[in-house]
Design a protein around this ligand. Structure first.
Ligand SMILES: [Zn+2]
Length: 263
């Protein structure tokens, strides 16, 4: 492990309150022989301010910044990286007023700025969450899955924990519905096979979320991407909708789909 990464890990522990600042300084002194003055500046000022996007005036070598940003991206994701980049931007602007050009530092900033812009869309994030939850519940019986779905907290609760990890409540509901309906399009029975062998399917709200439609067995239709788009964009007339069935015409074709779960 490089000195920079050791410094990152110790600074992180201090910021997260796992060890005290003086313990951190002692660790850097004993592990990589960093002098205590420098350790104090990094642990007490540079790292926490960089992390939180706050201006800091004391500087360290480019290798440290590069390592800190890479590790922040790895450990906390793009959102935190963007915050830290704003701290580095303030630092560079400050350094520039002192006459030091720090071109390398600006290059580092540019590189990580680009990386932080590769954001996943909301849909991609939801798909990742749903896939993870499906994986955790895939061995459960349909009765267990139904019970999980019934026991989801109220709609106002936006986040739920699964295996100590936080997920969006809606993603847990949709993941359970996908399992209960075997990940298949309720119009044509098809799905897209992903390269890892699992099935890709989309969830359409019958009554739109914006109109108060929920993620329930009665209000979610699982559809392949083609049918999902047709359902959203095509000429749709819902003729009858109960807890057991939905009857509609879509672009002049008639459909009657059972909303019950087969055992
Ligand atoms: Zn389909």
């Amino acid at each position: 492990m490089s000195n920079e990464e050791i410094t990152y890990l110790v600074s992180k522990k201090v910021l997260e309150g796992e060890i005290t600042k003086s313990e951190g300084i002692n660790q850097l002194y004993s592990k990589i022989n960093m002098n205590k003055g420098s350790a104090s500046i990094i642990i007490g000022q540079v790292y926490p301010k960089l992390f939180n996007g706050v201006l800091f005036k004391r500087t360290v070598s480019v290798a440290y910044f590069s390592c800190f940003l890479e590790c922040i991206k790895r450990d906390y994701g793009n959102k935190q990286l963007s915050i830290s980049l704003s701290g580095l931007k303030k630092h560079i602007d400050y350094i520039l007023t002192t006459g030091d050009s720090k071109i390398t530092l600006r290059k580092i900033y540019g590189k990580y700025l680009e990386l932080s812009r590769i954001q996943l869309t909301n849909n991609q994030q939801d798909e990742i969450e749903q896939t993870e939850i499906i994986d955790l519940f895939k061995e459960k019986s349909k009765n267990d899955l139904k019970a999980e779905l019934d026991n989801l907290p109220e709609l106002e609760t936006e986040e739920v924990y699964v295996n100590q990890k936080k997920y969006k409540r809606d993603n847990k509901a949709i993941a359970l519905i996908k399992l209960l309906r075997n990940n298949e399009c309720q119009i044509c029975g098809k799905h897209i096979k992903k390269k890892d062998g699992t099935k890709y399917i989309e969830a359409a709200h019958i009554k739109a979320k914006s109109e108060g439609g929920n993620e329930t067995l009665e209000n979610i239709l699982l559809l392949c991407p083609n049918h999902h788009k047709e359902f959203d964009l095509g000429d749709l007339k819902i003729l009858n909708h109960s807890n057991e069935t939905i009857k509609f015409t879509l672009n002049k074709s008639n459909y009657e789909i059972s909303l019950l779960i087969s055992e």
